[in-house]
Design a protein around this ligand. Structure first.
Ligand code: GAF
Length: 386
């Protein structure tokens, strides 16, 4: 048993006074490339990371569902029969939202037994590494098993997304939940967010003497309000003005026409999504043909597009990218929804410490909060551990 699993087990015992029946875990993710393309029916290429959330769960004999966690000692209790997405608040909206959303996809909530759930995680919260999707996915796989449901992973991703959209109130796409549920060790998940077809692509960083660093700027972000929803609205307005169902149907060749039809800001939002979709396809092709050392320019171009056209970067993220590139990274970009959170830097192993030192020094020089920098590996998706 890992330390994480041991802590989750003892946390469960302290909160509920008995042993869990099982431990289910799900990873956070970094997105290699394809940002704000998921809710535009586009392409994304994330990977699950070796930071995980544990859901320790025990089936009950009544209809109660109780949740507690290591980041909030309160126990929230409701009846499974009375789950209501409008009545859920705070962190418990994630696990309870998943239970509710399973009901929307056919789980007989009037009959299933209650459960006690304790959540413990080493996915940093607010860093843009999908700590929320990791909670959702760990609870989704646990309840699927305990309630004898029969959903495949793609359906579970939709269920988790529904929980996030409806119970938490964040208008996110399906990328994070898909990465957490479909990730595989040493691979990235290439996902077509329209068809939900996936292809698992090897990310053999080690073989190429590469390491993927996460640079957590510690500028916290949230997607329930503000910029994320505004960007989504701009994309929808842009697609409508161009007569397209979604920006997936707009190509690089349509951009001249888009420039004439749209106001400057909407045009730049559209151009980011359209060119980002193309960069995802180019990244996957380049990886297949030439391996990970060749994707750096695409990562940097993606960051520039988010900084200049989509305007979701912050000075800390720009500094992390610029400094890591100057210190020898092969590629670097902000990852996730933006407005804070983390950047990734793909670096030769031999330069990993000097890149990290250079970024830390540059942050100190700029009087920014010290970043947290750590390597991540492509990891397996949600699973039962014991
Ligand atoms: C967040 C969202 F949750 C994802 O759905 C995705 O839109 C991402 O931001 C941006 O690519 O992580």
């Amino acid at each position: 048993m890992t330390d994480l699993q041991r802590t989750a087990t003892s946390g469960f015992e302290n909160a509920f006074g008995s042993e869990p029946h099982g431990l289910w875990t799900a990873p956070g993710r970094v997105n290699i490339i394809g940002e704000h393309t998921d809710y535009n029916d586009g392409f994304v290429f994330p990977m699950a990371i070796d930071r995980r959330t544990v859901a320790a769960v025990r089936r009950r004999d009544d209809d109660r569902i109780r949740v507690s966690s290591s980041f909030s000692p309160e126990i929230v209790e409701v009846s499974v029969r009375a789950l209501d997405p409008d009545a859920l608040h705070g962190w418990s909206a994630y696990p309870l939202g998943v239970a509710w959303a399973l009901g929307q996809f056919g789980a007989p909530l009037q009959e299933v037994p209650g459960v006690d759930i304790y959540i413990h995680s080493d996915v940093p919260v607010g860093a843009g590494l999908s700590s929320s999707a990791a909670i959702e996915a760990s609870v989704a796989v646990a309840l699927t098993e305990i309630w004898h449901l029969d959903h495949d992973r793609r359906t579970l991703a939709k269920i988790c997304q529904l929980a996030e959209n409806r119970a938490v109130g964040a208008p996110t796409g399906i990328m994070d939940q898909s990465a957490s549920l479909l990730g595989q060790r040493d691979c990235g998940v290439f996902l077509d967010c329209r068809s939900l077809e996936t292809d698992v692509i090897p990310l053999d960083f080690e073989e190429h003497d590469l390491e993927l660093l996460v640079i957590d700027t510690r500028v916290e972000h949230a997607h329930v309000s503000g910029g994320y929803a505004a960007r989504r609205a701009s994309c929808e307005a842009g697609a409508a003005a161009l007569g397209a169902d979604s920006l997936r149907d707009v190509t690089v060749g349509d951009l001249d026409r888009a420039r004439e039809l749209l106001d400057d800001e909407t045009f730049r939002r559209v151009r980011h999504v359209v060119t980002e979709n193309q960069r995802v396809l180019d990244t996957v092709r380049t990886l297949r043909e030439h391996g990970p050392t060749s994707i750096g320019e695409l990562l940097v171009a993606s960051h520039a597009s988010m900084r200049d056209d989509f305007e979701i970067s912050v000075p800390e993220l720009d500094l992390a990218v610029e400094t890591s590139m100057a210190a020898g990274a092969i590629g670097s970009r902000m990852t996730g929804g933006g407005f804070g959170g983390a950047a990734i830097a793909l670096v030769p192993v031999a330069l990993a410490s000097s890149v990290a030192e250079a970024v830390t020094a540059a942050f100190a020089e700029a009087s920014f909060t010290a970043p947290t920098i750590f390597p991540v590996r492509p990891a397996a998706g949600a699973t039962r551990e014991s």
